[in-house]
Design a protein around this ligand. Structure first.
Ligand code: SF4
Length: 353
């Protein structure tokens, strides 16, 4: 299990989080297995930090976001947000804790009630969690509209009267209504036109500076994550493969899966771009209902060793601040048991080329 203890106090501490969805089959609907969407992941998010969570679709990253906020009931594990373990809170205590943790959803069209006006949508959390009078609520709604760049004149309009980018601004304003500390941004730009994606990301960054927010930014868009995240966790088949500071990860990915994933991302630095080789992975991602016995990536890894098919590697700190779940980085295997020259050596060579 991860034993990451960064010098600053983390706002969010996730430990061994599991989210299994049961499979029932047969005449009597017997429990015959589980889809292991999230299978024991651990990480911290520091106060004011943006942690990017990346991976191919179906790797479990959105499930992590929902389990963190108890939109799903986690199967196991701890999710401590601001000192409270929200994974184990009783319903009423969870309701009281909701204001400090919010979510910005992928599809603003689907997440906004078409029958509610903009003011009603943004004011809904205030109705739920405060006893403010109408004037105080309206003042807060206007304040939020100003913060996200929506004209106050639009307060009585309905979602269908806005563009996709404006609808996402409404969703962000609603998420901010109760002054949360932590926001999960679940693919917040994926449904938007490319031309306005940067505007929404810049808005999220400005709001973070203004209100001291902490983000988990879930995305399959590695270029956008490079822009916004301080550190990045790479997920594969329900587990974290690598967790590294952003610049280190993009300059020199350590895990073979991170290497393959990032080899497809356009590299702005010409000297790094020249060295980079596109890695095409063979085969399909295994089913999360039946993951491999050993390393989850062993069926596709170009550097697979015998131990990889037998033993699941733990996420371990292999360089200061860099965590990798791979047997190439355990001292007993880096010496090249299977003919590989060892991952540490491999990466040092990569640096000196
Ligand atoms: Fe590849 Fe083995 Fe490392 Fe998994 S543990 S990523 S299979 S080398």
């Amino acid at each position: 299990m991860l034993d990451a203890r960064p010098p600053q106090t983390p706002l969010v501490q996730v430990r061994d989080l599991k989210m299994y969805f049961p499979i029932y089959s047969g005449l009597f609907r017997r429990h015959t297995g589980d889809v292991k969407a999230v299978d024991g992941i651990s990480f911290d998010i520091l106060q004011g930090e943006t942690l990017g969570l990346v991976g191919e679709s179906g790797c479990g990253k959105s499930t992590v976001g929902r389990a963190l906020l108890r939109l799903y009931e986690p199967t196991a594990g701890n999710v401590v947000i601001g000192g409270t373990d929200v994974a184990t809170l009783a319903p009423e205590a969870l309701r009281r804790a909701r204001p400090q943790m919010q979510m910005v959803f992928q599809d603003p069209q689907a997440s906004l009630n078409p029958r509610m006006s903009l003011a009603d949508i943004i004011g809904e959390p205030l109705n739920e969690h405060t006893d403010w009078d109408t004037a105080k609520k309206l003042a807060r709604i206007y304040e939020l509209m100003d913060a996200v760049g929506l004209n106050r004149k639009f307060a009585n309009r309905f979602p269908h009267e806005f563009s996709g980018g404006q609808r996402q601004r409404i969703g962000i304003a609603r998420a901010l209504a109760l002054k949360p500390k932590f926001i999960v941004c679940d693919e917040p730009i994926a449904a938007l036109d490319v031309s306005i994606q940067a505007q929404v990301v810049n808005l999220l960054e400005d709001l973070q500076d203004e209100f001291g927010l902490t983000y988990l930014f879930i995305s399959h868009d590695l270029s956008m994550v490079r822009h916004i995240a301080d550190r990045v966790a790479v997920m594969y088949l329900g587990r974290v493969a690598e967790l590294s500071p952003r610049d280190d990860l993009y300059a020199r990915p350590l895990h073979p899966y991170s290497e393959a994933l990032l080899s497809a991302v356009p590299e702005p630095d010409p000297s790094l771009a020249r060295r980079r080789e596109r890695i095409i992975l063979k085969g399909d991602v295994p089913s999360p209902a039946n993951p491999p016995k050993g390393c989850n990536f062993c069926t596709r890894c170009p550097r697979v060793m015998e131990i990889c098919t037998q033993v699941k590697p733990d996420l371990a700190e292999v360089e200061p601040g860099r965590f990798v779940a791979c047997h190439l980085y355990s001292d007993t295997n880096a010496a090249g048991k299977t003919g590989a020259s060892g991952a540490k050596e491999h990466n040092q060579q990569g640096e000196s080329q």
